[in-house]
Design a protein around this ligand. Structure first.
Ligand code: BES
Ligand code: MN
Ligand code: ZN
Length: 491
């Protein structure tokens, strides 16, 4: 997708104009003459279109507008036109026209700030994401025709400048979505790290630990999960030092289960294919690092990815096995399908042990129970730090990635005590399944301020209502944490 910022719309194929609730044409648009705007208002009055967010109305271009067609795009309430509202409108404009046959879509936001114009371009990049690499017989009319979006702005230079960091974030979200979309026969731990190595070209430092190195470090918990797979487990360590020299980094840790069969505690066949995206946490952390490095964020930051495949096999770990984690704590593995926490136990311990970070945030498609608790639009946030809770809560609404803070009550900690080891990898039955998972992780944080974001609910979307997020891989967490870092931890 090509995004261009231009000072005037010129002769447009499709010209998109913003309309607010109540059928109010936004701004002056292309300095519409009265007859033209009168014709547009008339067209709206003959339809149900009233300017609601995400809706649009296609009309023939009236005389006085140099375009083949006009698309009226709902931008919601006029007094609530923030970043997100402009993003939604621009993305909706793209979704409504992408298969029209037109190659160029022109979106006129010349009455808005150049920063908001940049947001429009950013949103179109996210909206235009497709994972089509394995479609070899696509029908021509199913392939988007729009390949260029021109954003009309009052200040081209300022819009281009504002677009630069946003475009880096878009690159990062698309990078994460590609990782999440790939099937597990293509994206296994070694392939994942090959793709993460691409971040070196942007300026990141990337180290890879294989099974032998992890063995030396005593990561029996992570290695136990991968031992039933023919694919070698990997730990990826991504560093970016854009902040003050010597200042302690902030750290992000991702669950990267490239496929989760459940292991010997095998999952049912129905829907098991979804477990190709059980590496969504690691993809989000890789994407976040991509964003921070790509826009040269002024922060010292480390991203750690625990990458494994959870398979049933003659060599797989068994329910009841006891493994020794890098922390020294022993773990009774009651259910081999509660594997994400076993991966994170060693990844979290390693991260705090080596980097002494100011805080750690892990992202993980950790529990089905979070979907039961919160439904499919909110991720669950578990943290022992009110500061992290506040900063995550602050960033979410700005980028449209929703989350809800969950409790991690100390009273429940005994539910993961084991009679034969220091801890067991699930609670008693299914009660509070997301909470006992978080309590398990907490035992491997060594007191470092920490937040855990359970994204099992939000990593993948079906039947999306958000035009900036097409169905499939969301890349959830990249924008959320990029924004949190930008607003609270840079400079
Ligand atoms: N990867 C799953 C969690 C999951 C479920 C992610 C649905 C996305 C959609 C995780 O490894 C898992 O299997 N968790 C178990 C834990 C249980 C065995 C204690 C679960 O949620 O059932
Ligand atoms: Mn599992
Ligand atoms: Zn899993």
């Amino acid at each position: 997708m090509k995004i261009e910022f231009v000072a005037s719309s010129g002769a447009a194929e499709i010209l998109a104009l913003l309309v607010h609730e109540g059928r109010a044409l936004a701004g002056t648009g292309p300095a519409l003459d009265q007859a033209a705007s009168g014709a547009l208002v008339k067209a709206m009055k003959n339809s149900r279109f009233n300017g609601a967010a995400s809706s649009s109305l296609n009309v023939a271009a009236p005389a006085g507008i140099d375009a083949n067609a006009v698309l009226l795009v709902g931008a919601g309430a006029a007094d609530k036109l923030d970043d997100l509202a402009v993003e939604t409108a621009a993305a909706a404009a793209y979704q409504a026209t992408k298969l029209s046959g037109a190659e160029v879509l022109t979106i006129d936001v010349s009455h808005l700030s150049p920063e908001l114009a940049a947001r429009a371009g950013f949103a179109v990049r996210l909206a235009a994401y497709r994972f089509a690499k394995y479609l070899t017989k696509q029908k021509a009319d199913k392939i988007p025709s729009v390949t260029t979006v021109r954003v009309v702005t009052s200040d081209v230079k300022a819009a281009e400048a504002a677009f630069q960091p946003l475009s880096a974030v878009a690159d990062a979200v698309l990078f994460a979505r590609d990782l999440v979309s790939e099937p597990a026969n293509i994206l296994y731990p070694a392939e994942f790290v090959r793709r993460v190595k691409e971040l070196e070209a942007l300026g990141a430092k990337v180290e890879i630990l294989g099974e032998a190195e992890m063995q030396k470090l005593g990561m029996g918990s992570l290695l136990g999960v991968g031992q039933g797979s023919v694919r070698e487990s990997q730990l990826a360590v991504i560093q970016w030092n854009g902040g003050k020299e010597g200042e302690a980094p902030i750290a992000f840790v991702g669950k990267g289960v490239c496929f989760d069969t459940g292991g010997i505690s095998l999952k049912p066949a129905d829907g098991m294919e979804e477990m190709k995206w059980d590496m969504g946490g690691a993809a989000a952390v890789a994407g976040l690092m991509h964003a921070l490095v790509g826009r040269k964020a002024k922060v010292n930051v480390v991203g750690v990815l625990g990458l494994v495949e959870n398979m049933p096999d003659g060599n797989a770990q068994r329910p009841g096995d006891v493994v020794t984690s890098m922390s020294g704590q022993t773990i009774e593995v009651l259910n081999t399908d509660a594997e994400g926490r076993l991966v994170l136990a060693d990844a979290l311990w390693y991260t705090q042990d080596r980097f002494k970070p100011k805080f750690m945030i892990d992202l993980a498609t950790l529990t089905g129970a979070i979907i039961i608790s919160l439904g499919l639009e909110y991720a669950g946030v578990f943290t022992n730090s009110d500061e992290l809770a506040a900063n995550i809560a602050d960033a979410g609404p700005k980028v449209g990635e929703k989350s809800w803070r969950m409790p991690i009550p100390a009273e429940y900690d005994r539910h993961i005590d084991s009679p034969i080891a220091d801890v067991k990898n699930m609670g008693n039955g299914r009660a509070g399944g997301s909470i006992t998972a978080a309590l398990f992780l907490q035992r491997f944080t060594n007191g470092v301020p920490w937040a855990h974001i359970d994204i099992a609910s939000t990593a993948w979307v079906k039947d999306s209502k958000n035009p900036t997020v097409p169905d499939g891989a969301v890349g959830y967490g990249v924008r959320l944490l990029d924004r949190m870092v930008a607003d609270h931890y840079e400079g």
